[in-house]
Design a protein around this ligand. Structure first.
Ligand code: NAD
Length: 355
């Protein structure tokens, strides 16, 4: 199993070190190759995504990514900023499926802004299409309005579009994910207004015929936004286009209240993936050994599940994380009175011990 390891900037190297510790403890035949990315790539090679790093990522079966960005690169031109590395990797590797689980371990229910009984035990998975929709549609731009009450004024426009194959492939990812969970899929759209959404609904429905064991429901995006805070535990897997998923997956992640806990995966058609925590490089706490490594450790678990079909090993890691939380170990970001405060390294060690 060849894994490109790109630690990046800020807390990236610290949290990646803990994920590697946990992976090594599994005793599997992993080959790790490290390369600089983001600000570290710029410092080493003058570019946030150096050619050698991109080649390594292309040759590997999976990419384990820390985080990129630091205030010291804020004055660089946009194409040289660390964050460009991630966009470049997504584009070059064709990572169209973004998987973001929102899990709230019962022990952390107090960390949410919602009442504990609404969110305790929450376990849902967002499957967001990542390379289509209004973010990538053409034409786009500005022009002068020709007719009507606003004739002569400027207007800006973007184009929402999805092709059938793009919808079908993300729908397959979502149905398959639902199969490995509670067999329930909610497809989110705005089919009462948008042609693109009507097409999305029809296409997802047609793909659903291949998955009779999965219950499919369709929800309008405005209702989905409301249901997510009203009763989020009704959901198992949600599949969305790029823009609705962008907004709703952030809403869902905040239900859990703890950014240091949330992993993510971005997959291509062959389940090669880039795995990274949902949070950024946290330059405010970098180098102090207090960052929470659990999102990255859980991202490594997702890598085992989705890229290497090692669901059992993934579950072992996830259960080890649960055990450590149940024991009361907490990094500063999830600390509550009465729990035991630990640093980044001690948290990684505790997960290894629990394994
Ligand atoms: P951030 O997620 O880095 O940090 C937000 C807050 O959460 C900070 O107070 C930070 O200390 C805390 N935090 C984040 N992760 C944590 C962890 N594992 N443990 C404990 N606390 C944690 O977001 P930001 O401050 O807006 O951005 C910082 C940099 O990260 C920027 O350069 C931004 O562009 C970049 N960024 C990168 C990614 C990525 O690499 N995928 C994603 C988001 C932001």
């Amino acid at each position: 199993m060849k894994i490109a390891v790109l630690p990046g900037d800020g807390i990236g190297p610290e949290i990646i070190a803990e994920a590697l510790k946990v992976l090594r403890a599994l005793g599997e035949a992993f080959e790790f190759e490290m390369a600089p990315v983001g600000g570290a790539g710029y410092d080493a090679c003058g570019h946030p995504l150096p050619e050698t790093t991109l080649r390594l990522a292309e040759a590997a079966e999976a990419v384990l990514f820390g985080s990129v960005g630091d205030w010291k690169y804020d004055t660089l031109p946009r194409e040289l900023r660390p964050e460009q590395a991630l966009l470049g990797l997504r584009k070059s590797l064709g990572l169209f499926a973004n998987l973001r689980p929102a899990i709230l371990y019962p022990e952390l229910a107090g960390a949410s802004t919602l009442r504990a009984e609404v969110v305790a035990g929450l376990d849902l998975l967002f499957v967001r299409e990542l390379t289509g929709d209004i973010y990538f549609g053409t034409p786009r731009g500005r022009r002068v309005v020709k007719e009507g009450p606003f004739a002569g004024s400027a207007e800006a426009f973007d184009t929402m579009r999805y092709s059938e194959p793009e919808i079908r492939r993300i729908a397959h990812v979502a149905f398959q994910a639902a199969r490995g969970r509670q067999h329930k899929l909610t497809s989110v759209d705005k089919a009462n207004v948008l042609e693109t959404s009507q097409f999305w609904r029809e296409t997802v429905g047609a793909v659903g015929a291949e998955y009779p064991d999965v219950t499919l429901e369709h929800l309008y995006v405005d209702n989905a936004a409301m249901q997510l805070v009203r009763n989020p535990k009704q959901f198992d897997v949600l599949v969305t286009g790029n823009m609705f998923g962008d907004i709703l997956s952030d809403e869902a992640s905040m239900l859990t209240g703890s950014i240091g806990m949330l992993p993510s995966a971005s997959l291509d058609a062959a389940h090669k993936g880039l795995y990274e925590p949902s949070h950024g490089s946290a330059p405010d706490i970098a180098g102090r050994g207090i960052a929470n490594p659990l999102a990255t450790i859980l991202s490594a678990a997702m890598m085992l599940r989705y890229s290497f079909e090692r669901a059992e090993q993934a579950a072992r890691i996830e259960n080890a994380v649960k055990k450590v939380l149940a024991k009361g170990l907490r990094t500063a970001d999830i600390y509550e009175n009465g729990s035991e405060r630990v640093g980044t390294g001690a948290m990684g060690d505790a997960v290894v011990a629990a394994l």
